[in-house]
Design a binder for this molecule. Structure first.
Ligand code: ATP
Ligand code: MG
Length: 460
């Protein structure tokens, strides 16, 4: 949804809580750090842990006043002090930081009533803008049309099919917004949990139903109320769980693990897969009956480089450049791409689709020293494109250092241009003199091997 929360406190449960209501959650350990993060990320909501004490809360609320109109929820709040905090400017207080539904109910209206930061030309319509689904291509138009059809119907379950990184979760949120924006959206990754854990996560369990079940647990199906339960990577769901899910879809009821009461399932189930489920059925890894139930209204997401979607690459790149918070000091300072950089982005085949593009743009923001992203800052598949040298393998921990990235880029340019330094300098967008000094600084040497395309050797 593109929404941001800054959570201030050291309790990781506050992070977990916040992650249910916003796509991006930034943690700050103290007030000084919080101040910086708030200024750079311009969040839609601030979550503040009462553990810092009443004086600190009061001080923070006065400061936030000067930061603009950002709503604040105080969690772990002493109920006796709630009224005074509200008088001091807090939007809401919650006394229990594990109360997910309670938090969602407070956070959602505060977040959704905020105006969006994004410029409209990125989005086809309001729904796309609210879901953070960038794109103007025919493929995106078609997808959004399908989202509207499904979102305005009672169709349940819904299946989303598409390669990794094509935006299935973004589309799941769009369906959710279209159908019941004010209800909970809960995502579960079926690949991340064992069969037993998945069952108790989804259905909940009764007290004493197994050794470690020392208290009753509400399942995510119940917590989703009449909102959306997003089952990511459904193909990875164990077969016996598939049978149980089928029952929920058919009967619209379920029981907690070890429980006897039938609980009504009111949530819309949206499942996603990047595998071909019919193949999984043929290989006996996915139940045929569940496949047919899920496949009533499949929505397919096109890979980024298909003819129907390719035109979105430039728009998405611009969007990620404008909205990224990876390098707060550079926010707003880089204003676009050189033509060569754009050409490189548009000709790559993007096997990781939008996610890979986003990563490449964020890396480019880190690398770019000027106000325009040039070809030299577009590092796609850095590892594969470069020869791997013995000491680089030991150097894995440093893979994200700027110095290393610069060194690799220069080596790559030299390799590409067959050590013609004028051409390499041109490719990198730097002068020949700068290239010479950088080659020296990074100890990049010409390979001794007299093969036709000598590789640069990086020595330390
Ligand atoms: N149309 C879009 N506009 C803006 N961002 C997008 C779009 N599609 C995808 N993204 C971004 O790309 C990343 C991957 O998207 P998402 O998680 O929805 O993909 P996915 O299809 O669920 O991938 P996977 O199968 O690997 O889980 C996310 O950071 C998401 O915000
Ligand atoms: Mg996903």
């Amino acid at each position: 949804m593109g929404q941001r929360i800054v959570a201030i406190g050291k309790d990781r449960r506050i992070q977990t809580l916040s992650q249910h209501s916003a796509a991006d959650v930034y943690m700050a350990d103290d007030l000084i750090e919080a101040h910086e993060i708030i200024q750079t990320t311009r969040p839609d909501l601030i979550v503040f842990d009462h553990i810092f004490g009443p004086d600190c809360v009061a001080q923070f609320l006065t400061q936030t006043d000067s930061l603009g109109d950002i709503p604040v929820i105080i969690v772990n709040a002493d109920p006796d002090l709630a009224e005074s905090y509200r008088d001091a400017g807090a939007s809401a207080c919650l006394d229990d930081c594990t109360d997910l539904p309670g938090f969602e109910a407070l956070a959602r209206p505060l977040i959704t009533s905020k105006p969006k930061h994004q410029t409209p030309h990125f989005f086809l319509n309001d729904l796309a803008s609210n879901a953070g689904a960038v794109g103007q291509s025919p493929a995106m138009k078609h997808t959004l049309k399908m989202v509207e059809v499904v979102g305005s119907s009672q169709c349940n379950p819904v299946l989303l099919v598409g390669d990794t990184g094509t935006g299935k979760e973004v589309v799941a949120k769009a369906i959710h917004l279209q159908r019941h924006a004010d209800k909970p959206f809960i995502a579960v990754n079926c690949a991340a949990l064992t069969a037993n854990l998945l069952e108790s996560e989804l259905f909940g369990h009764a007290k004493g139903s197994f050794t470690s079940a020392d208290r009753e647990k509400t399942g995510l199906l119940e917590l989703a109320e009449d909102g959306t339960l997003f089952l990511d990577e459904i193909s990875e769901m164990p077969l016996d769980m598939q049978a149980k899910l089928l029952r929920v879809i058919q009967e619209k009821t379920f029981r907690k693990v070890g429980g006897t009461k039938e609980i009504r399932c009111r949530a819309t189930i949206v499942a996603s897969t990047n595998r071909d489920l019919s193949h999984e059925v043929a290989a006996n890894r996915f139940r045929r009956d569940l496949y047919y139930r899920l496949n009533v209204f499949p929505i397919s997401l096109a890979p980024l480089t298909t003819e129907q979607r390719r035109q979105d690459i430039a728009l998405l790149s611009e969007f990620f450049l404008e909205t990224s918070t990876i390098c707060p000091e550079k926010t707003g300072t880089i204003r676009g791409f050189t033509q060569m950089a754009l050409d490189a982005l548009q000709t790559h085949h993007w096997p990781g689709n939008v996610r890979e593009l986003k990563n490449v743009i964020e890396r480019a923001i880190l690398l770019e020293p000027t106000d325009k992203i040039g070809l030299s800052s577009i590092v796609i598949n850095a590892e594969q494109a470069l020869p791997v040298f013995a000491q680089d393998r030991e150097d894995k921990a440093k893979d994200f250092s700027l110095e290393k990235a610069e060194r690799e880029l220069i080596a790559k340019a030299l390799q590409k241009t067959n050590w013609q330094k004028t051409k390499a300098a041109e490719l990198l967008g730097i002068s020949r003199a700068t290239l010479y000094s950088k080659v020296k600084q990074h100890s990049i040497e010409h390979s001794q091997d007299e093969s036709e395309t000598p590789d640069p050797v990086l020595t330390n």
